[in-house]
Structures are given as C-alpha cells and as structure tokens.
Design a binder for this molecule. Structure first.
Ligand code: ZN
Ligand code: ZN
Length: 178
C-alpha cells in the first residue's frame, strides 16, 4: 500500500489490509534469489504526520515457509512483529538509505510525497528470517554418509565405529605423553 503524505489527516490515519500472493518479489534485491515464501500477511498501521516528518507504526502477522538448514525439510515459522519508522522527506543531497537506528525504531526517507508501506513491511519480515533456519533446535539433520533424514529414524550407517576408534587413538596419545 502506498501512502500519499500530503493526504495524511491531522488526526492521523489507520489502515488495515492483507498482503497476499507474490507482492514481496517486487522488493527482492536485484540478482538475489529467495528461498522462502511469505504466507498472507495481516497488516495494521497507524500513520501520523508532524510537518514533513511521518511516523508509521506497523504490526505484521504472517507465517514464513522455510527449508531447514540441517534436514532440508520444509517448515513454517510464525512471525509477529511491531515496529516504528520515522520518515522524512528526502533531499537530493542526502543518502536515502533506510537504516536501523535501534532494534525497534527505524529511520528513513520518503520521496515524491509517497511512502511505500509494503517496502517497510518487507524489510521487517526479512529481519525475521534466520540466517540458518532450523525446523527445531534439536533437529538431527541428515546422515553424512547415506543422506537419510535422522529425525525420521536412525539409519543403518554406524558413525559409532569411527568414533570409538578415534577415542582409542586419543587414549593412546594421552598415555604416550605420560
Ligand atoms: Zn530440520
Ligand atoms: Zn546413514
């Protein structure tokens, strides 16, 4: 949703809507792929304006479809986030990059009297995507030898054989030092 700054009423403006479909693909960085999917996102926003400074409080509720970084199985991650942006009109000589001032408050610029709420929402959702997503902290991942998903059942490989030999070797080394 795009907000026209000059039309924000003095008492503020509230919007509620749902972002559905491929809306976020518009915001993907050039050349960068995407390895997750954003399910329909419920958005509630409150927008206030003082002179040219616009404050936007946004809450977003959605679910991300991710693939586990260990077992490669798909899983879902619920996302619930509330954040505030303070936006000022961009001047030509300013760096317009939006930057995070602290954890919950971000500072940015708008241009041509317009604020793209969806771009802010996309940015916040991206912050919620883990660098290494895991279906569970205790995910056992895949067997390095046969590739079986160890969450389902132990495989026939015996990683123990390697371990015990190594253990014996280590004991030997310790003894030798003594
Ligand atoms: Zn997993
Ligand atoms: Zn195996």
């Amino acid at each position: 949703m795009k907000i026209q700054v000059s039309l924000i009423p003095e008492e503020g403006q509230q919007v509620q809507y749902t972002l559905d479909g491929d809306w976020y693909r518009e915001y993907l960085h050039k050349g960068g792929g995407i390895d997750f999917r954003i399910q329909p996102a419920r958005i509630a926003a409150e927008i206030h304006k003082i002179l040219e400074t616009v404050t936007v409080d946004i809450s977003v509720e959605t679910v991300l479809d991710l693939d586990c970084g260990r077992c490669l199985e798909p899983f879902t991650l619920p996302v619930q986030s509330g954040f505030r942006y303070t936006l000022v009109a961009a001047r030509d000589d300013e760096d317009r990059k939006t930057e995070l001032a602290d954890e919950d408050i971000s500072f940015g610029y708008y241009q041509d009297d317009r604020i793209d709420l969806d771009a802010l929402i996309y940015e916040q959702i991206m912050l919620q995507v883990p660098i290494k997503p895991l279906c569970a902290e205790a995910c056992r991942g895949l067997c390095a030898q046969c590739g079986a998903n160890l969450n389902a059942a132990p495989c026939a490989c015996r990683p123990g054989t390697v371990d015990s030999r190594l253990e014996a070797l280590m004991k030997f080394k310790v003894k030798k030092q003594n």
